[in-house]
Design a protein around this ligand. Structure first.
Ligand SMILES: Cc1cc2nc3c(=O)[nH]c(=O)nc-3n(C[C@H](O)[C@H](O)[C@H](O)COP(=O)(O)O)c2cc1C
Ligand code: SF4
Length: 483
């Protein structure tokens, strides 16, 4: 099992031992010896972007909880998570969580959905986060907060948690098979694509009315925006050459700009992808075999589809620059078909597989891609992702990464579900609460895959006390017995 295959992070008892382990894996990610006080820490340096001062280099990555109301409004549990994000100490909040632009585009029946009539709730959600931030840090003028807008494309489940209702742009030879899409299943028409573009524009204008400073036009994780980038086989204006595959984004940007010129626009991008993975007999993840070259991964090498290739990614970033966008959050792949590259973890989610590599390789891959892109497109501001697996050494690597210009911001996902004020503890020089470290148990992914709300069941007392915690334990027990 994975537990014995790769050493746990906590087993490295010092920075030196951790560095030795990285070297034994051939990894060159930077690790600082000790954590600097805020006065001299690169993590505490403000960054000015488009006239906004962002007070430090921590960013909270978007994370949804599958806990909105059926008509798409935030619930008290949603507000609790946003309140934690506000208390975290991070000064850049990248979108809070994925918010659908239309009902059919929701990833689950409880995904947030912004539409006319819900402005007050989305404004209150923003205010909840800002209030929590002000209460703890006495100011919010240096906090930047946006909303992530999404359409879930191939992974829509708007009506039932257990029923995919995919909206696809082309027939993908492996993903169609994996998710039961038949060859005659309809592909979104150009007319339907244009309706979705209008939905994005309308949602962005509502976000602006609610006070959000920016919106993220999500292009990651296998959802619709990301699928456009690999629509090489799609005929017509939205497929084929990269110019066409980015037309969706270009039309959304133009539409928003003409109505809300002061709303800032950013993109979260799966900067690279690999071929989908599947579970082998021994439980480990192995790549699915592609017949011939594999053309369906944006940022993937077609001849070696287990490796990335950044040629088109760089072209994409240059196109964003032409559109006046220069802030990007780098992510990778998809949690549905190659989760190990996006959420490096020792323990897989229930629909996943044991890690095919030491999860540190997954962390290093995202960091190295971010650093390489930063070198190639230096005028951009970058947020990196995938750091949670570093656990005890997260602050040492984060500090070194910003110091050595591998990234501008360090994005935190799972770690803040488990330990929401880690950034504040690091910056204020308090001892870290190691008992709250995310140990990558993947319960926050396993729960929604089985129809439950997401959250950190092993460590957050609120989730520990829910009836779902018991159900989750029994699902995991059944899976262990089957293995
Ligand atoms: C429960 C959960 C929900 C997530 N929801 C979103 C989301 O709504 N939008 C998004 O772009 N990424 C989402 N992600 C991905 C994270 O933002 C992040 O990229 C990933 O967890 C890797 O970062 P980490 O190692 O710090 O966890 C989610 C991840 C988790 C674990
Ligand atoms: S459930 Fe908690 S410990 Fe497990 S991966 Fe998610 S945040 Fe980390």
């Amino acid at each position: 099992m994975s537990e014995t295959r790769y050493p746990r992070i906590a087993s490295h008892k010092s920075v030196h031992a951790f560095r030795d382990h990285l070297h034994s894996l051939g990894l060159r990610i930077p690790v600082d010896e000790s954590i600097d006080p805020a006065a001299s820490s690169p993590l505490a340096q403000p960054l000015i972007w488009k006239g906004h001062t962002i007070g430090n280099r921590w960013c909270i990555l978007p994370m949804e909880g599958w806990d909105g109301t059926e008509d798409g409004r935030p619930s008290p549990v949603t507000r609790r998570r946003w309140n934690h994000f506000g208390q975290s100490g991070a000064k850049l909040i990248w979108g809070g969580e994925a918010v659908a632009v239309c009902h059919e585009g929701r990833a689950n029946p409880n995904q947030l959905w912004i539409r006319p009539g819900t402005e007050r709730e989305f404004g209150d959600l923003r205010e909840e986060l800002l209030r929590a931030h002000r209460a703890r840090f006495q100011r919010d003028d240096d906090l930047l907060l946006g909303l992530q807008l999404t359409h879930s494309g191939r992974f829509c489940r708007p009506n039932r948690k257990d029923r995919l209702e995919p909206k696809i742009l082309y027939h993908h030879p492996i993903l169609d098979r994996k998710f039961g899409i038949t060859p005659d299943y309809p592909v979104l028409s150009d007319h339907e694509v244009r309706r979705i573009i209008e939905d994005f524009i309308e949602a962005a204008l509502l976000a602006w009315d609610c006070g959000y400073t920016f919106v993220d036009i999500k292009h990651c994780h296998g959802y619709l925006g990301h699928e456009f980038l690999s629509a090489v086989d799609r005929p017509g204006p939205y497929g084929g050459p990269l110019e066409n595959r980015t037309r969706f984004l270009q039309e959304i940007v133009q539409g928003i700009r003409s109505e809300a010129p002061h709303l800032q626009l950013v993109v979260r991008l799966s900067a690279f992808d690999l071929v989908p993975y599947q579970k082998a007999e021994d439980g480990r993840g192995i790549p699915e075999s592609a017949d011939g070259d594999y053309h369906y991964g944006f940022g993937c090498d077609p001849r070696t589809p287990t490796a990335f290739c950044l040629d088109e990614t760089v072209q994409f970033l240059r196109l964003l620059q032409d559109l006046g966008l220069d802030l990007v959050c780098i992510s990778a792949g998809s949690p549905y078909y190659n989760p190990h590259i996006q959420r490096p973890a020792l323990f897989p989610p229930s629909d996943g597989y044991d890690p095919p590599e030491d999860p540190l390789l997954g962390v290093a891959r995202q960091m190295e891609v971010t650093a390489a892109l930063k070198g190639m497109v230096p005028d951009f501001v970058f947020v990196g992702s995938g750091y949670s697996y570093l656990q005890e050494y997260l602050p040492h690597v984060a500090q070194a990464a910003v110091r050595q210009n591998w990234t501008d911001f360090v994005g935190l996902g799972r770690m803040v579900l488990a330990y929401f004020d880690l950034p504040a503890d690091v910056l204020e020089g308090r001892p870290l609460k190691t008992s709250q470290f995310c140990r990558t148990f993947s319960d926050c992914t396993t729960a929604p895959r089985n129809g439950m709300v997401s959250g950190c069941y092993p460590l957050d007392p609120f989730y520990k006390g829910l009836p779902e915690a018991k159900e989750l334990r029994s699902i995991k027990g059944r899976l262990r017995n089957r293995a």
